[in-house]
Design a binder for this molecule. Structure first.
Ligand SMILES: Cc1ncc(COP(=O)(O)O)c(C=O)c1O
Length: 475
């Protein structure tokens, strides 16, 4: 006999049914005006200025579809969350099954089997770590790492890198290496010290004070797609060990296959004391993050029965998030996504290097797996140099928009600039892209970059408009 209680709806209490697809469709045309009125008006200005206000209505795999049915190849993947693509059928089924199972979600005075499964499976990929702490977003994972490191070492200091990005809440922001994010919010957390990325001597000087709890670093920096020298991370880990500092790898962007390995640190054989994961773990659907760490660190935080909930968050370990994580890992395994990221990343970087040998605006192609940066710089020929200088004087980094906007408008390829005032365009596609997608990417970049070398030309007319906008925006 079933113990499931019968749910009874009387005619006075009908089941409310919300048709979200219909609600979306009915409000689609008003989205930019609603956001201008009720949300972030500046974001709408950005979209309208660069012509990205096409009204995306559908997402499937690596593609987005706008209100006119145009198909776009998404090389941004929601800042890296859609590693397995948008709306993967296996993920959708997993999430529906959570809802249908009527699970006793978030009891709080109980522990969840799903969290146990996800923790166990994550640790199978990182066998030198023992414990998992779940949270809801990347920045929360960073906050946990700061607290855990301080608690475990009894030291106050945290060292971070120039151009680092670890999230935008107060603690994470204190480890942000770019003034644009910090300005207006200081003073931030004390005892945080910045060092140049890829500079071992500077790191050693910072650690010498012996009051540093942790060195928190992205193995490949998201802002700029900066790849360190091969000895940097192994030596940094060794320095940390020697100075009693914990080595924390922020793999929120680079982790879960993005660079062609489960963790980016695997490229260098490094074993951090803590690994931070988020983004892709969600499958793009349900926010989730994880701190993987050593037992001795974990046990310093949760050290007594009355401190069992000394750090945590109400929604952490919720069933939907845990199921999203489990399903994402299964899809990755089943579709051999990590090996694919490795192969296609290699293909794209080689193709870009070959193509770009021909173009004087292109400086460097870097990255690993499907995290790729293409850096532009001043040209050598006089005619092109004058145009470059005009753009740079108006707004540093504007050149990249001359590439991203035509890629979007003319080739239906969505890309991003790798940071504020950056000369690097970043490719962060879903890891499920195909060789045909790569053909399209290579062709689109070739055409657009060739066009930037034609002065006068359509692209430089766009440049003039952007300079006008930039001057206007400065007032
Ligand atoms: C390396 C890294 N760390 C932390 C974060 C913050 O993650 P979230 O936006 O989920 O807070 C990001 C987000 O872009 C990131 O790339």
């Amino acid at each position: 006999m079933s113990h499931r209680p019968q749910l009874i709806y009387t005619s006075n209490s009908p089941v409310m049914s919300l048709n979200v697809a219909q609600l979306y469709a009915e409000n689609e045309a008003d989205r930019y005006d609603m956001h201008t009125r009720h949300l972030n008006e500046q974001m709408v200005r950005v979209l309208r200025t660069i012509g990205y206000d096409v009204g995306f209505c559908r997402g499937a795999g690596q593609y987005l579809y706008d209100r006119d049915g145009n198909k776009f190849l998404d090389l941004l993947s929601g800042y890296g969350v859609f590693a397995i693509g948008r709306n993967h059928p296996a993920l959708r089924e997993a999430l529906k099954s959570v809802i249908d199972a009527e699970l006793p979600n978030l009891v709080q005075f109980d522990v969840s089997p799903l969290a146990g499964v996800l923790a166990k499976r994550l640790l199978e990929f990182v066998p030198y770590l023992d414990k998992v702490f779940f949270a809801n977003s990347g920045t929360e994972a960073t906050e946990a790492a700061i607290k855990f490191a301080r608690c475990a070492t009894g030291r106050p200091g945290i060292v971070y890198c120039e151009h680092a990005f670890h999230g935008l809440t107060n603690g994470s922001l204190s480890l942000n290496g770019d003034a644009i994010f910090r300005n207006g919010f200081e003073p931030l957390l004390p005892h945080c010290r910045v060092v140049p990325f890829n500079d071992l001597a500077a790191l050693e000087r910072a650690l010498a004070s012996r009051d540093i709890a942790a060195f928190i670093v992205e193995p490949i920096q998201g802002k700029g797609v900066n790849v360190p020298d091969d000895d940097y991370l192994p030596q940094a880990a060794a320095l940390c060990r020697r100075h009693g500092t914990l080595f924390v790898a922020d793999e929120i962007q680079t982790g879960l296959g993005r660079t062609g390995r489960f963790l980016a640190v695997e490229h260098w054989g490094v074993e951090p004391d803590m690994v931070l994961l988020a983004k892709a773990l969600s499958g793009g659907h349900v926010p989730v993050s994880a701190v993987l760490t050593r037992k001795r660190i974990y046990d310093r935080v949760f050290d007594r029965i009355d401190r069992a909930v000394v750090h945590g968050s109400t929604y952490a370990k919720n069933d939907l998030a845990m199921a999203a994580g489990i399903a994402t890992l299964e899809v990755m395994k089943h579709e051999r996504i990590i090996a694919r990221a490795d192969r296609l990343g290699e293909r794209l970087r080689l193709a870009f290097k070959r193509l770009f040998d021909r173009y004087e605006f292109v400086r460097e192609v870097r990255g690993k797996g499907l995290m790729i940066g293409i850096e532009f710089g001043p040209p050598t020929s006089l005619k092109l140099k004058a145009s470059w200088n005009l753009l740079e004087a108006a707004n540093k980094g504007l050149f990249c928009q001359l590439v991203t906007i035509p890629l979007f408008k003319d080739h239906k390829v969505l890309t991003q600039v790798a940071g504020h005032a950056s000369h690097t365009i970043k490719l962060l596609p879903p890891l499920i892209i195909t060789d045909e997608d790569c053909d399209l990417i290579e062709h689109a970049f070739d055409e657009v970059i060739a066009a930037t070398h034609r002065v006068p030309g359509a692209i430089w007319s766009l440049g003039k408009t952007l300079v006008g906008n930039a001057v206007q925006a400065r007032g």
